[in-house]
Structures are given as C-alpha cells and as structure tokens.
Design a protein around this ligand. Structure first.
Ligand code: ADP
Length: 247
C-alpha cells in the first residue's frame, strides 16, 4: 500500500503546548479506502492528531496534505468539512424528536445548505439517504424517533448523518465506547463496509475490538509513530507491549 495514492499524508508534524510536544515530528500516511486504527497509551497524541486533521489545532511545524491537494494546516475548519473531512464525536448530536429518516434529511441538508421541502423532494438526496440507511442497517428503524433508539443505534445514526454528506475521510473517536458486545461487533462490520466508500481513521482504546476488526494499526507514543502494520504483528511487537505494560 505504500505506493497507493494517499488520502492523508503528514510529514514531521509537531504540536507544542507550552513547550510540551503533544505531537513530535509525526509522520503518518493513509491510502484511499483504508480502515486504519490508531492506538496508543493515554497522552500519546491521538486526540491531538484528530484536532490537527479537522483544523482545530494548528501545528507549529510540518505539513498535512489531504486528498493529495488540500493543505490542511492552512485551511479553515468549515472548509475542511466542505472538502470532505468528517469527525464524529463521542456524544451524539442527533435530533431526538425527529425520526431516523428526518435526521438524515436534516444532515443531508446541512451539506447542501438547503432545508425544508425543496431538499426533501430532491430524488438524488433521497437515493443517498436510502443507500446510507442500507449501509448502516437502520432501514427497519427509519420511521422511529431517534430519541428512543438504543445507544448503539444512536451511534450508527450519527455515523449515517455524516455519511449522507459524502465525506472522503471519516474520523472516529472511540466509536464503541459504552456499547454492548453485540453492538461492538455490528460496529466493526459497519466500519468495514463504510471503508469501501470512504477512508476511515479510528482512534480506539478497546484492544479486543481492534484485534477483531483492524487490519492495519498505527501505534502512537509520546507524539511519535512507534510502529505500524498488521494487527497481529503490532500486537507482538515488544516495543508496543512495553509502552502498554511498562507504565
Ligand atoms: P491521547 O488522545 O493519545 O490520550 P492527547 O492528544 O489528548 O493524547 O494529548 C497528548 C498530550 O498533550 C497529553 O500529555 C496532553 O496532556 C497534552 N495536551 C493535549 N491538549 C492540550 C492542551 N490544549 N493544552 C495543554 N496540553 C495538552
């Protein structure tokens, strides 16, 4: 995959907070269509990485190139969203009194800047919503009020609300936190399905989940890339074992 075109390419990215380097010359690359897991002990720089990718935090040094052309560190946050970088936070931002379908209509409208009847009658938008409902397997729940969904279903709806906006890169921060085992497994399958249409970067603490669903894993430690590779290889790496156990 090292020759494949990159959706994301970071070179020597450094982020300092009062002289403390949360990212310390980070090099990171991700190909199109990848489902990439980023792990690492607390303080490794995972959240800072997500903040850099969304334009929330500006590095003091280094370059971040998205989709082969967008200079992330010089682009406003809202423009990065428009260019196709979507981030899901842990707390859902769904509209509880609207149905699942109406939530997706609203989300599709955000992107287009069109709300109300005009957008609702747009067949292209309806098709997009139907596709995403299918992808996240929420079609049987389409007419249900979002507020009564189970925790896992709310998380999937939130992902679906980002997907109808057709991002090129989806950033997820601990997507299985608080989920039951069944919900975690469904989420893993879901992420693999999503990766067929957009690249997905997942920051995750749940190692069992990573083992079950990750192919390629990146390990951050002290703001740097410690190692990277197939999950079995990374897990057996003595350096990885040391940073997780030797704390
Ligand atoms: P992770 O998500 O891997 O746990 P973070 O990216 O949140 O790591 O944090 C990396 C390091 O940077 C931590 O030591 C944290 O305390 C520090 N840090 C993160 N954000 C800030 C900030 N806004 N101000 C000061 N220090 C910060």
């Amino acid at each position: 995959t090292t020759n494949a075109k990159a959706i994301l390419e970071l070179e020597e990215v450094t982020v300092s907070f009062d002289g403390f380097k949360a990212l310390d010359g980070l090099n990171f690359r991700m190909a199109y269509g990848e489902l990439r897991f980023v792990i690492g002990p607390n303080g490794a720089g995972k959240t800072t990485l997500l903040d850099v990718l969304t334009g929330k935090t500006r590095p003091q040094r280094g370059t971040v190139l998205f989709d082969g052309r967008v200079n992330v560190t010089r682009t406003p946050e809202h423009e990065l969203v428009r260019q196709g970088i979507a981030r899901k936070f842990q707390t859902p931002t769904i509209f509880p009194s609207l149905t699942v379908y109406e939530n997706l209509e609203a989300a599709a409208g955000f992107r287009e800047g069109v709300v109300g009847l005009m957008g609702r009658l747009d067949p292209e938008r309806q098709e997009r919503i139907e596709e995403v409902l299918e992808l996240v397997a929420l079609r049987p729940r389409a007419a249900v009020r979002a507020g009564v969904l189970a925790h896992g279903e709310k998380q999937w709806l939130e992902m679906a609300m980002l997907l109808v906006q057709e991002p090129k890169l989806l950033l997820l921060d601990e997507p299985v936190a608080g989920m039951t085992r069944a919900e975690r497994n469904r989420t893993g399958e879901l992420l693999q399905a999503i990766a067929s249409r957009c690249s997905v970067l997942v920051v995750e603490h749940d190692m069992e989940f990573v083992r079950n669903f990750a192919s390629r894993v990146t390990v951050l430690h002290l703001g740097r890339l410690l190692t990277e590779g197939p999950v079995a290889q990374v897990q057996a790496d003595p350096r990885v074992i040391e940073v997780y156990i030797g704390r």
